[in-house]
Design a protein around this ligand. Structure first.
Ligand code: NAD
Length: 477
């Protein structure tokens, strides 16, 4: 059992009341973390305010160096981070190694951005009658940023917030998911070891409604950068008052397979299947809804089922496992209910659909799912792929857009005009042409429209969100 702690100003803080973190595969306890409350958040924010003064006085080059060093430390301890991720999140060891690699990349990119926190000259004399005035604007850090993160990528998604925040000269208070806090504590320790002032990197563990809520309501916190569900995002924005927000929320990503894709359906079924079942479907850009031209529907679904059945479902610690468990029993109950609901509304479960243990669900393909079914409308966050036939590009665009979400979407086609029309008309933050919507690299702007969120991540874009503009004008008359 790992005994976790909060990290406030570099000090380990323990509490009598603790939250137990379970291994999602079999429910066995992995460790505990303190149940942080309002008073802990208040202390962390007070400490972070001091940390802000210190980190602000580091040069851009010093911040660059510290981030570079943090990336090197994590890379050298990849296996240790990955094993902990597998225990907390239940993702397969292959997926965990992938997440560690991504985290190293995100921190390295953030290090580069530390050198590019730039403003520009303002041409004051470009307006009539103004003479003798020169000036510019600078990008300055905000102060204390509250980072609230979800369970599914505790390492990389926390890096997406903390690394750009520090690159830009801010201090942070992190409230990780109560299900997966242990990796985040390690990350914070690495950042301090790498050279950031301990007061600038604080972690308060605890429940969303307690520690998370206190962080959101604290008026000294200048920004909340949140990744999680739409429901939580809406609560946060209604309670946090006057501060900046970045909201990376849910999705039920759609992809269209055009009529000219005949001949490569096996390959597409595999790619789409991987996009749907990665991390047992618990990725915000998991492929959830596939729209296939009706002429290819039968062959595509056959290939997708054959791929789905070939995957090894089981213990995520084993190298050969492809699909691990979902996060907990409640999540599995809900996913199974949604499959049953779709079935009762006329959809057909073509393969999978069985629950192999409390938290293991077979990769599942459900076809002809009515639009009113939760499996179509909401975010399933489980290893379930919906496939519906469509008769045209226009019908596919309409179907992809028939969602409250708009994070990413994809199209497979050889028709340039069709690809362009899809990219123009689909309402999403990112459109992937001849790629699955699950594609993300850390240097790209990433974020959603509609209920999928506000703002963009990717270090370059996060630095913009995490700074504000200060204009400086000199009158030389
Ligand atoms: P969640 O919304 O349940 O929790 C996320 C975080 O918010 C946790 O740390 C939780 O403790 C905290 N929280 C809960 N209530 C709070 C409150 N009232 N005030 C402050 N904080 C509160 O989400 P989850 O189940 O951990 O993660 C899954 C969700 O995250 C999915 O919807 C998924 O799509 C989304 N997600 C989005 C992205 C993205 O980049 N868009 C990436 C990963 C996950």
């Amino acid at each position: 059992m790992i005994k976790g702690y909060m990290l406030i100003g570099g000090k380990k803080v323990f509490k009598k009341e603790e939250i137990v973190i379970d291994f999602p595969f079999d429910g066995s306890p992995v460790g505990t973390v303190p149940r942080g409350k309002k008073e802990d958040v208040e202390l962390a924010v007070e400490t972070a305010l001091k940390g802000f003064e210190k980190v602000k006085s580091m040069t851009a080059y010093e911040r660059y160096q510290a981030l570079q060093k943090a990336a090197r430390i994590i890379a050298s301890r990849s296996r240790e981070f990955a094993e902990l991720l597998t225990l907390e999140v239940g993702k397969t060891i292959k997926e965990s190694m992938g997440e560690v690699g991504r985290a190293v990349n995100t921190i390295t990119l953030s290090a580069e951005e530390a050198k590019r926190v730039l403003g520009e000259e303002v041409r004051f004399d470009a307006a009539p009658g103004i003479k003798g005035k020169v000036g510019f604007f600078r990008r300055v850090p905000l102060g204390v940023i509250g980072c609230i993160t979800p369970f599914n990528f505790p390492l990389n998604l926390t890096c997406h917030k903390v690394a750009p925040a520090l690159a830009a000269g801010n201090a942070v208070v992190i409230k990780p998911s109560e299900n997966t806090s242990l990796t985040v504590i390690k990350l914070a320790e690495v950042l301090v070891e790498a050279g950031f002032p301990p007061e600038a990197v604080n972690v308060v563990t605890g429940y969303g409604e307690e520690a998370g809520d206190a962080l959101v309501r604290d008026e000294r916190v200048r920004m909340i950068t949140f990744t999680g569900s739409v429901a939580t995002g809406k609560i946060i924005m209604s309670r946090g008052g006057l501060k900046k927000y970045a909201m990376e929320l849910g999705s039920n990503a759609g992809v269209y397979v055009d009529k000219d894709q005949t001949g490569r359906l096996k390959e597409l079924a595999e790619r789409i299947g991987r996009g749907g079942y990665a991390l047992a479907g618990q990725v915000c850009i998991s492929v959830q809804r596939v729209f296939v031209h009706e002429s290819l529907f039968e062959e595509f679904t056959k290939e997708l089922c054959s791929f789905s059945k070939s995957l090894k479902v089981g213990d995520p610690r084993l190298e050969e496992t492809d699909v691990g468990p979902v996060i907990d029993r409640n999540a599995a109950d809900r996913i199974m209910e949604w499959i049953e609901e779709a079935r009762s509304m006329g959809a057909q479960v073509l393969c999978g659909g069985r629950r192999l243990s409390e938290t293991l669900i077979e990769p599942t393909v459900v076809v002809n799912v009515p639009r009113e079914a939760k499996l179509f409308r909401q975010e399933v966050f489980g290893p379930v792929i919906v496939v519906n036939p469509v008769d045209s590009l226009e019908a596919a665009i309409e179907a992809v857009n028939d969602s409250p979400y708009g994070l990413q979407a994809g199209i497979f086609t050889n028709d340039l005009k069709a690809a362009f029309k899809f990219a123009e008309e689909v309402e999403c933050g990112g459109i992937m042409v001849n790629e699955i919507p699950t594609f993300r690299v850390d240097q790209m702007p990433y974020g959603g429209v509609k209920e999928s969120g506000i703002g963009r991540e990717g270090p370059k874009f996060a630095v913009e969100e995490m700074t504000e503009i200060k204009t400086i004008c000199f009158d030389l008359n």
